[in-house]
Design a protein around this ligand. Structure first.
Ligand SMILES: Nc1ncnc2c1ncn2[C@@H]1O[C@H](COP(=O)(O)OP(=O)(O)OP(=O)(O)O)[C@@H](O)[C@H]1O
Ligand SMILES: [Mg+2]
Length: 219
């Protein structure tokens, strides 16, 4: 079976001259949680931003779920979820509303979005607080809502950039359970508790060929 992610000679230098990635090679098989470990500034977030089509590489290639990130960014976006290093939520909405909104942006019907919202809320055990505005949440609660929101579209690949930062030890253990056990038990990836930044790829059917290129930023 093809790897879910392949990276070849990937290079990124920022305008100020900082080289974040210098000829990186990486192959990640399907059905695993893959941890990227490295000191501050090693280039982990830069790699994830490139794989998630938010940043354009200077050289080299990267394929995610069968698609080249530079040539078919929209096809890649259709197949991934991303919880960035800092939670991206609307403070004025409740946790439940934030998740449902992301579901709608993924193209789910209102009913589907509501059903999936309940499923992913159960996964992160935040039912009691789900109807409070996010601005009243603790840092760890925000992280958990952010994670739930990126699971809602049943992504083939889930990028988690330091997902356990600010999360208490019990929730941290819970978070490392396979992310989609509550919805697709047969596709569960294996878990690696030592991972701080992970790309997780449940086994998934080959992607179809619909694509719609879009332009990521160059810096
Ligand atoms: N937009 C940017 N402009 C200039 N330099 C940048 C930019 N983004 C990242 N860098 C630099 O690229 C290098 C890699 O940064 P990156 O954020 O990828 O590291 P990281 O491994 O995720 O670090 P951390 O563990 O602190 O999150 C660092 O030297 C950083 O200063
Ligand atoms: Mg980082």
């Amino acid at each position: 079976m093809d790897p879910i992610i392949t990276v070849d000679e990937l290079t990124k230098q920022f305008r100020d001259g900082t080289t974040a990635l210098d000829g990186l090679h990486l192959t990640i098989p399907r059905g695993v949680i893959y941890g990227l470990l490295g000191p501050n500034g090693a280039g982990k977030t830069t790699l994830i931003r490139i794989l998630a089509t938010l940043l354009r590489p200077d050289a080299g290639t990267a394929r995610v779920a069968g698609y080249d990130v530079a040539r078919h960014p929209a096809a890649v976006r259709d197949r991934i979820g991303l919880a960035g290093q800092f939670a991206a939520l609307d403070d004025h909405l409740t946790g439940r509303e934030n998740i449902a909104m992301i579901g709608r942006l993924y193209g789910l019907s209102r009913r589907e979005a509501n059903v999936r919202t309940e499923q992913v809320l159960q996964r992160i055990h935040l039912d009691d607080a789900a109807d409070r505005q996010v601005k009243t949440y603790s840092g760890g609660m925000r992280r958990r809502i952010d994670l739930a929101a990126c699971l809602i579209g049943r992504p083939q690949v889930l990028f988690l950039d330091e997902p356990t930062t600010g999360v208490d030890p019990a929730s941290r253990q819970d978070l490392w359970q396979p992310p989609n056990t509550s919805t697709k038990p047969t596709n569960s990836p294996t878990a690696s508790p030592s991972s701080t930044t992970a790309a997780c790829s449940p086994k998934a059917p080959p992607p179809n060929s619909k694509t719609a290129p879009a332009a990521p930023s160059s810096n």
